[in-house]
Design a protein around this ligand. Structure first.
Ligand code: PRP
Ligand code: URA
Length: 211
C-alpha cells in the first residue's frame, strides 16, 4: 500500500475548521465536499485516459478522454456518502458502488450490512471514499471485496488516518496498486478506537447520532 498525505495549506485550513467541535453539520458537510474535491485532484493523477480527436475553433488536435469501462467510486456507508458529491463534482465520469459497514463498538471489527458493486470491477480504477481510517478494518474489508471482484487498482480517499490503520493496510496489502490518500495523518487511537485528535464520529457529525 502506498500512502500519500496531502501537504497543502488550503487543505490544512479547511481541516482545522472541520475538526473544530463547534462546526455544525451544514458547514461540516460543505467542508467535506470541498476537501474531497481537492483530494480528488491528487487521487486522479494517474487516471487512465486515451487520445481523442477534437476540433477547436482554430484547428484539429488530439485531446484526452477518460477510458471505458469507466472508473468506479465506492463510498463506505454512512460517512463515506458525505464524500460522494464532492468526488462526483470532479469525477462525473464514473459508476458508483456502495458498501455498508459499521464498526462494532466493542470489538472494533467491521460488520458489513450492505454491498452493491458493479458486476464487472476487474481492470477498472476504483476509488473508495471513507473519511476515517482508524483501525483500518472497514477500509481493508472494502478493498478485499474489490480485489475479490478482480480490481487491480484501488485508491482510497480519506480525511483523517491513524498510524494503526495505515499499518494494517500495509500489512494486508503490501502491493503498490493499493493507495491511500489522506488529508491528515494523526497521532493514534484512544481506548475507544477514536482517532486522536481526529474530528470525532464522522457519521454523527455529518448526519447526527443514530443512538
Ligand atoms: C466510521 C468511519 C469508517 C470507520 C473507521 O464508520 O466512517 O467507516 O468508522 O473505523 P475503522 O478504521 O476502525 O474500521 P462507523 O463504523 O462509525 O459507521 P458510520 O459511518 O455508519 O457512522
Ligand atoms: N470512526 C469515526 O467516525 N471517527 C473515529 O475517530 C474513528 C472511527
Amino acid at each position: 500500500m502506498q500512502l500519500h498525505v496531502a501537504n497543502h495549506p488550503l487543505i490544512d485550513h479547511k481541516m482545522t475548521l472541520l475538526r473544530d467541535e463547534r462546526t455544525e453539520s451544514p458547514v461540516f458537510r460543505s467542508l467535506v465536499a470541498e476537501l474531497v474535491t481537492l483530494l480528488t485532484y491528487e487521487a486522479t493523477r494517474d487516471l487512465r485516459v486515451e487520445d481523442v480527436p477534437v476540433t477547436t475553433p482554430v484547428r484539429q488536435m488530439v485531446g484526452k478522454h477518460v477510458v471505458h469501462p469507466l472508473p468506479i467510486a465506492v463510498p463506505i456507508i454512512r460517512a463515506g456518502l458525505g464524500m460522494l458529491d464532492g468526488f462526483l463534482q470532479l469525477m462525473p465520469y464514473c459508476e458508483v458502488g456502495f458498501v455498508g459497514i459499521r464498526r462494532n463498538e466493542e470489538t472494533f471489527q467491521p460488520e458489513t450490512y450492505a454491498k452493491r458493486l458493479p458486476d464487472n470491477v476487474s481492470d477498472r480504477q476504483c476509488f473508495v471514499l471513507d473519511p476515517m481510517l482508524a483501525t483500518g478494518g472497514s477500509l481493508a474489508a472494502t478493498v478485499e471485496f474489490l480485489i475479490e471482484g478482480g480490481a487491480t487498482e484501488i485508491t482510497a480517499i480519506c480525511l483523517v488516518a491513524a498510524p494503526e490503520g495505515v499499518e494494517l493496510m500495509k500489512e494486508r496489502f503490501p502491493q503498490d496498486n493499493v493507495r491511500v490518500i489522506t488529508a491528515a495523518l494523526d497521532e493514534g487511537l484512544n481506548e475507544v478506537g477514536y482517532i486522536v485528535p481526529g474530528l470525532g464520529d464522522a457519521g454523527d457529525r455529518l448526519y447526527g447520532s443514530t443512538d
